[in-house]
Design a binder for this molecule. Structure first.
Ligand code: HEM
Ligand code: HEM
Length: 166
């Protein structure tokens, strides 16, 4: 199947990028909430409203990330993404590796969370807990790279993830 490479990210792709990023930040900041809910349930008590709400939010926001990421990957496969901004082979490889690892986490982390919570699979829980440092390292590299491209190299890399007309 031959497909022409698009000149820009589609508006849907851009909205998905920023929505998923916001949901992941929520999970990283409030990740402890589901631990509090688990402890309250294990102690046989009834969790208070705030603990129950935030614990359930962790589950539903995590599922939303998984579903939205699958939709985004389908868009990547069916429509493609624009060619990378000009740069060395090494820069392209580094960007590709960071993007690939971010996608991997966006799929593996919610699945291991579901397996730990609903399936009681201990190993899945251990992998899931590793998600926090892994995400923080990758997001930091990604953001530093994006800002470097936009403000030092001035190649409008960030602009094209803000508007499909950039
Ligand atoms: C991309 C989506 C998700 C992210 C980024 C995420 C992130 C986190 C973080 C940062 C923690 C705290 C880890 C720590 O430092 O102790 C955590 C714990 C946990 N999450 Fe998630 N999570 C996601 C999705 C889910 C989903 C869908 C579930 C399903 C129920 C889930 C279940 C859990 C469980 C069971 C824990 C361990 C609580 C404990 O015993 O301490 N997560 N998650
Ligand atoms: C949890 C946070 C984030 C995740 C998981 C994430 C993930 C990704 C992924 C996988 C791509 C590859 C292209 C695609 O398929 O969409 C991408 C592109 C991009 N991201 Fe992020 N991102 C996050 C946050 C940010 C932030 C905060 C910025 C801004 C500083 C940013 C700026 C960009 C830019 C500019 C591109 C396009 C690069 C290009 O093709 O020129 N991202 N992001």
């Amino acid at each position: 199947m031959s497909r022409t490479q698009p000149a820009s990210y589609s508006p849907v792709h851009i909205v998905l990028h920023w929505s998923i990023a916001a949901l992941i930040l929520f999970q990283l900041v409030f990740g402890d909430s589901i631990g509090d809910l688990g402890r309250a349930l294990r102690n046989g008590g009834t969790p208070d409203t705030a603990t129950a709400f935030m614990g359930n939010a962790h589950i539903w926001v995590g599922i939303a990330i998984l579903v939205l990421t699958v939709i985004r990957l389908l868009i990547v496969i069916l429509r493609g993404v624009p060619a990378p901004v000009p740069g060395s082979k090494l820069q392209h490889l580094a960007a590709k590796a960071v993007h690939g690892l971010l996608y991997l986490l966006m799929i593996v982390v919610p699945i291991t969370g579901l397996a730990a919570w609903f399936g009681g699979i201990r190993a899945a829980g251990e992998i899931h807990e590793f998600s926090k440092p892994a995400f923080i390292i990758l997001i930091t590299l990604h953001v530093v790279g994006a800002l470097y491209h936009q403000f030092v190299l001035k190649d409008r890399s960030l602009s094209r993830m803000v508007s499909s007309k950039a």
